[in-house]
Design a protein around this ligand. Structure first.
Ligand SMILES: Nc1ncnc2c1ncn2[C@@H]1O[C@H](COP(=O)(O)OP(=O)(O)OP(=O)(O)O)[C@@H](O)[C@H]1O
Ligand SMILES: O=c1[nH]c(=O)c2[nH+]cn([C@@H]3O[C@H](COP(=O)(O)O)[C@@H](O)[C@H]3O)c2[nH]1
Ligand SMILES: NC(=O)CC[C@H](N)C(=O)O
Ligand SMILES: [Mg+2]
Length: 535
């Protein structure tokens, strides 16, 4: 059984990073909303694998009445607790201390001094001062501060703006810090989280990819027994890794369904079939549903309507194909952990910006159980798993590609003619990104291309025509927009500052090589207010 750390989320922008840091320390961790309920936390603790709880930061103020509070059970389970920022303030307030609106707000870089010897901070320092105390360079983001400690606590860290910047009750193993150890700007943040999970919580480093592969393989075998499994294979990272993992577990009992809706990238179909069917020996049914999708999309211009049609047709195809596999009892999906967290927060978010296509909307009549072996993993862990399963780097490090594909990158009505032009332009852009060094190096010291350092990049087809001149002749052709973004989580994103030379080369190549396009523009909108895809 893995040791586990539970992270209660109070709404900080960086909660996920806490989970990342804990997992990097080799310990499994999960994020749940702060109000999951006492029952959940009690059940979670029942089997003895729960070793510690982290309380995240958050936008609210505990000085106001009906703001989030820590479920009381957290302080009663006898496991160590680490409060971060809002988590520290809530801990202080609830255990009998005092929190006030600070006069001095601290945002960004700060220095704090370890003012007492605590087990959490043993050996941790950016520099050691003349009196033997240690100095830490940290990242702060708060307005409130703890001004009175609860009984049993002593000061662990302080600075001028915040005399109680850290506190500890070492008997109960309750620790709290006002800064954010989970962000990399806090130089000793990793080390602090490491100490918390290993020294304070007593966790073993038992969360690593090779072990995970064998455990996951065993779990899949146990679950599905002799049944057959169907999986929608897109050629994207998640479903590909899921396919490779399930194939390792049950071999021929897995059938993948790869749907070509006519809106895939250039050579995607061939790539997927080559990789999975020919090289990995996975059973893949290649369904050419171009006519079906294009037929249904003809004349439709509204983005939401297009998305709904594509989602519906996907279900149709899966259903038809599943019916052909006699012993199929399971539908496998590449659902990953951020998908799970995101859907847990659904309902609170309000307006639908886009209906993301999802196989989750399958009708009950399908009668298949869900198999989601990547449910617990972050994207970079999924990638690591893919490599451990022998998938090539180019596949594992691909940018994500939305299920509706070029359907949401051709503005307005989707036509085959447009899709063909867009595929060519997109392939040129991606090829140049791959071939152009960014000047940055990976952690292992390998050169990174512009493809590596952007999170997602693609071309968008604009069904408007503009006038150009080529070889002394007039042209009146379509426009392509290039989009490249950098983002951690795809919820917010910056447009990538690609070098002008690179953009110039891509533009030249597209206009020269793709007949039908005579103008290329670059999208310099962030998300928000724009979104990553254009529809
Ligand atoms: N063309 C397709 N054929 C079959 N299944 C598909 C296709 N496109 C999407 N799907 C299904 O929809 C799921 C969700 O798509 P999504 O794009 O989120 O994940 P992905 O394609 O596996 O990975 P990535 O995020 O890297 O693109 C996929 O895991 C896959 O099961
Ligand atoms: O599988 C998917 N089905 C969809 O319907 C879908 N819509 C957007 N995306 C991807 O989600 C991320 C955020 O995109 P937006 O900023 O456009 O909402 C980006 O990575 C988008 O490519 C989708 N992925
Ligand atoms: N980042 C945080 O958790 C901030 C906590 C609280 N909102 C404050 O301003 O102090
Ligand atoms: Mg995809």
């Amino acid at each position: 059984m893995h040791s586990r750390i539970l992270i209660l989320d109070f709404g900080s922008q960086v909660t996920q990073l806490i989970a990342r840091r804990v997992r990097e320390a080799g310990v499994f961790s999960e994020v749940v909303p702060y109000d999951v309920g006492t029952g959940f936390i009690r059940d979670y603790a029942r089997d003895g694998s729960l070793r510690g709880i982290v309380l995240s930061g958050g936008p609210n103020s505990v000085t106001e009445g009906d703001t989030p509070r820590v479920p009381q059970i957290v302080f009663e389970l006898g496991v160590p607790v680490l409060g971060i920022c809002y988590g520290m303030q809530a801990m202080a307030e609830q255990l009998g201390g005092r929190v006030e609106n600070g006069k001095v707000r601290e945002f960004g870089y700060a220095e704090v001094r370890a003012s007492n010897h605590t087990r959490l901070l043993e050996g941790i320092a950016d520099s050691v001062l003349a009196d033997g105390s240690s100095l830490l360079k940290v990242w702060m983001s708060h307005g409130d501060k703890v001004t009175g400690m609860p009984p049993g606590f002593k000061v662990m860290l302080s600075n001028e703006a915040c005399p109680i910047a850290g506190m500890a009750d070492e008997t109960r193993k309750f620790y709290a810090v006002q800064f954010h150890p989970e962000v990399t700007h806090t130089l000793q943040g990793r080390a602090i989280i490491n100490r918390f999970v290993h020294e304070i919580c007593g966790c073993q480093s038992d969360w690593n990819m090779p072990d995970y592969v064998s455990e996951a393989v065993e779990a899949i075998r146990r679950k599905v027994g002799k049944d057959d499994v169907i999986l929608g294979l897109s050629g994207g990272v998640d479903s590909s890794v899921a396919a490779a993992l399930i194939h390792r577990a049950i071999g021929d009992q897995l059938t993948c369904v790869f749907v070509d809706h006519g809106l895939l990238r250039l050579n995607e179909g061939k790539m997927v079939m080559d990789m999975f069917a020919r090289n990995l020996g996975v059973k893949v049914i290649h369904v050419d549903a171009t006519e079906q999708f294009m037929g249904k999309l003809a004349g439709v211009t509204d983005p939401e309507e297009k998305r709904k049609i594509i989602g519906r047709e996907f279900v149709e195809v899966f259903q038809t194909e599943a019916a052909k596999v006699s012993n199929a009892k399971w539908l496998a999906q590449g659902t990953i952990y951020p998908d799970v967290i995101e859907s847990a927060g659904k309902g609170k978010k309000g307006q639908t910006i886009k209906s993301h296509h999802n196989v989750g909307g399958l009708p009950d009549t399908l009668n298949l159980q869900l198999l989601e072996p990547l449910r617990e993993l972050f994207k970079d862990e999924v990638r690591e798993l893919g490599l451990a399963l022998g998938l090539p780097r180019e596949m594992v490090y691909r940018h994500p590609f939305p299920g509706p594909g070029l359907g949401v990158r051709i503005l307005g009505e989707v036509k085959k003619e447009y899709a063909d032009l867009l595929r060519k332009a997109d392939a040129i852009f991606i090829e140049e990104l791959w071939n152009t060094p960014s000047g940055l190096l990976s952690e292992k010291g390998e050169p990174l291309s512009w493809y590596d350092v952007t999170s997602q990049a693609f071309a968008v087809f604009l069904p408007v025509r503009s006038v150009g001149v080529m070889g002394d002749g007039r042209t009146y052709e379509y426009v392509v927009a290039l989009r490249a973004v950098q983002t951690q989580d795809f919820m917010t994103a910056q447009w990538a500052h690609l070098p002008h030379e690179l953009l110039g080369k891509v533009s030249n190549r597209i206009i020269n090589e793709v007949r039908g396009i005579n103008r290329v523009v670059y999208d310099i909108s962030g998300k928000p207010p724009a979104t990553i895809e254009w529809e």
